[in-house]
Every structure is written in C-alpha cells, then in structure tokens.
Design a protein around this ligand. Structure first.
Ligand SMILES: *Cc1c(COP(=O)(O)O)cnc(C)c1O
Length: 406
C-alpha cells in the first residue's frame, strides 16, 4: 500500500483480524490517505509514478511493496479485497470484473488439460456453460451430478479429479449442497472445492468453516445490493491466491474496476442488515405464496427437501425463492400482472424482482437440460427486496389471481 496511506486502526492486519464479521463489513481493509477521509478514497488511476528508477525496479522484483499498475494492484480495489477476505475469514481475496469472471478465474487458474472437474447440475446458466462447453474445449473433463445426493459426488470421483464446483443455494432451483460432507469428501481425496456463495454471502453462510477451499462470488448481487455495478471476488488461502490465482489474473486481466470496487465497499457496510431483512421478507412472502401454488422452492420453508440441512449450515436462507405456476403462459401472465415487483433477472437487489429463468437466465440451455435441473417452463424466481412485505403480498396476490391461479 502507498506510503502516504495508513490503516484506520493498528499497523498491520493482525490488529483488525480479531474484529467480528459485522465490524469487518464496515471497517475491514480501510486505508486512509494523508487527508484522513472518512469514506474510502476512489483511486481512478491505471498507473503509478515513482521517485526513482530503483524503486520501480524493486517493486517489479517483488522486493518492495507498492503499486505498479492497476491490473496488478489498485488501492481502492485492494481495500475491497481485504474487506471481503476479513469478512469471509479467508487468507486473501482478489476482486474480479463480474461473477462470471470470478468463476472462470477460479476454475481456469487451477485446471489443466487432462484434469477432471465434478460440478453440480443445478447451477446458474453461465456456470453450467463453463462446465459443459468451456472446460471441455481445453481438454478438461467434466461430470455433472445431482448435488443434493451425497453419493453422486463420491461416485463421480476419478483419479484425475481436481476440482468440485457448486452453488448452494443454487440458482434458480435453490438446491442445497451438504457443505460438510462434500467439502470433507473433497479434502480426503485431495480435491479442491470451489463454492459459488452468491445466494448467501459470508453474512448468511461461511463455506470455509465447513472445509471449502475457495469461495467465489458475484458481488453484483447481495454485496452491491442496489443493482448498480458488476463485480466479483475469489477468496482462498494466501498461498492459493498468490501462487495459483494471481499468475492467471495478472496475465489475463479480469480485474474489478476501482469505481465498481468502491460501490461494493459501500454496499458491504449494509450487507448484513439487508441480507437478514430480505431473508425475513422472503420467508413471509414464501409462506404466503406456498398456500397458492403447487410447488415452491425455498430452503427456509419446511417443504424444502433439505430444509434442516440448510438451517444447519446457513444463518438465514436468503432473499430468493422460486415457485412453479405450471406453464410458460401462466408464468408470463403472472409477470405481466405485477404492479410493484419489477420484471428483472437480477437478484440480491433491495428492490423485489421477478423473472422466468427458462426464457432468461437459463435460455441458453435446451429444454431437456433445463427440465433435468428442475428449471421447468412454469418456474418463476423472485428476489425479495426491502419493501414492506404487506405491499409485496398484495402485489403477488393480485398477479396470481390475474393469471388464474386461485
Ligand atoms: C449472477 C450469478 C453469477 C454471475 O455473476 P455476474 O456478476 O452476473 O457475472 C454466478 N453465479 C451465481 C449463482 C449467480 O447468481
């Protein structure tokens, strides 16, 4: 970090490491310039200048700390990285341009031709594209499993299996992976686990405590929380980040822009409040919808097949649930009748948003692939926001009635 910048408290990371996650979310990783600004400074700079040639040579040689180029380090991005790592309880973190940049980097930085990756079948459309299309193009074998069946993970392991990759809860079917079992199994076989924790964040679920190796994020979702920027992050041990991820990232450049990092830093300050209140609203609205539809998918509801497991590994179940209204026509009719909730495929936002995954986030897959992972033609996914839940109930009541649901 630049010599003129200093930490808000203490002189090294060990001082702030003792803070609890809620404190880290507000203050973790904060550095101040000589002006003593309260809010983190936004460093919109691509490069840096040096007092003399020896200094820049020493920085490039790794003998001296300091910035050299914003693809390698940027003070605002560094603050975000340190804050996310401290909240997560990870050795280190590197911010990325988007959630998909994070997933791609987390996988490609450690997989090579001839390796094998086992991934969850229920996943975000682009995450499945990485597994089904990108990795095989580079000679990396992949197997998808029903992530809710522990035995399938074990049965899929081959001598060359190097990585397990999954989301929990999964987008959009809310499948829950048994973190302790799957991460423990991976560890016992020398396999690295990459957990996409976008639906929960460290506020609601901490995969590293269950033995995960790498936690990757779309920070676009709950971390920003107000639908403004794309961003992502990869967290892991200091060794993994410095020796495996960093060489990949420095040379391919999927970096988070400083402005986006600054927005996410501000978002993290209120993450815990938002995630908890939105989870609470989702549970209330979920119970309301449950009485009106055949199938609802939310780990916080007793009807979810892995409800008990979810309650064991999550503090709260997040703002997202999905429900089935039996046909695409009816799903569109529900969306078109909404007056408060917006039709939008984003999630994690403070606004309530609803989408039809089969025609949006999972439109790139065949209907057969979608059906296999539970993304049916009548499935709707809702991100429950911070509005008064009574208004949300009224809006859904009206929309479901208009669509002829009850
Ligand atoms: C949105 C999302 C991503 C991709 O994140 P972007 O920031 O949109 O690139 C990856 N995984 C999950 C589970 C997501 O919901």
């Amino acid at each position: 970090m630049l010599a003129v910048m200093k930490k808000t408290t203490g002189t090294d990371r060990s001082t702030t490491q003792g803070w609890r996650p809620a404190t880290q979310a507000v203050r973790g990783g904060t550095w101040r310039s000589e002006h003593g600004e309260t809010s983190e400074a936004l460093f919109l700079t691509s490069g840096y200048t040096y007092d003399d040639a020896a200094t820049v040579a020493a920085r490039f040689a790794g003998d001296e700390e300091g910035m050299t180029y914003s693809r390698l380090q940027n003070p605002t991005v560094a603050m975000l990285e340190e804050r996310i790592a401290l909240m997560e309880g990870a050795g280190a973190c590197r911010a990325q341009a988007s959630g998909m940049a994070a997933m791609t980097a987390a996988l490609l930085c450690q997989l090579s031709a001839g390796d094998h990756c086992v991934a969850a079948r229920a996943a975000f459309g682009s995450c499945r594209w990485l597994v089904d299309h990108l990795l095989p193009r580079f000679g990396i074998e992949t197997t998808v499993v029903d992530s809710a069946v522990n035995e399938e993970w074990e049965a899929a392991i081959r001598p060359n299996t190097k990585v397990f990759f999954f989301e929990t809860p999964a987008n959009p079917t809310l499948d829950i992976v048994d973190l302790e079992f799957v991460c423990g199994l991976a560890k016992s076989r020398g396999i690295a686990t990459v957990v996409d924790n976008a639906f929960a964040t460290s506020t609601l679920q901490r995969p590293l405590e269950f033995g995960a190796d790498i936690v990757a994020y779309s920070a676009t979702k709950l971390m920003d929380g107000q639908g403004r920027v794309l961003a992502g992050a990869v967290c892991g041990s200091r060794e993994f980040i410095d020796e495996t991820l960093l060489p990949f990232q420095r040379n391919t450049g999927p970096n988070c822009a400083p402005f986006n990092a600054w927005i996410v830093l501000k978002g993290l300050e209120t993450l815990s409040l938002r995630a908890r209140k939105q989870s609470e609203n989702a549970l209330v609205l979920g119970r309301f919808v449950e009485e009106r539809v055949q199938r609802i998918l939310h780990p916080g509801l007793a009807s979810h097949p892995r409800h008990e497991l979810a309650m064991k590994q999550m503090d709260a179940c997040g703002p997202i649930f999905a429900f089935d209204v039996e046909s695409r026509d009816r799903a569109f009719a529900v969306l078109d009748a909404l007056e408060l909730v917006d039709i939008s495929n984003n999630i994690g936002d403070a606004r309530s948003l609803m989408c039809h995954p089969a025609s949006t986030t999972h439109a790139g897959m065949t209907e057969e692939e979608r059906t296999e992972m539970g993304v049916t033609e009548g499935l709707l996914r809702i991100n429950v926001g911070l509005e008064d839940v009574e208004d949300l109930k009224e809006d859904l009541d009206h929309a479901l009635k208009t669509a002829g649901l009850f």
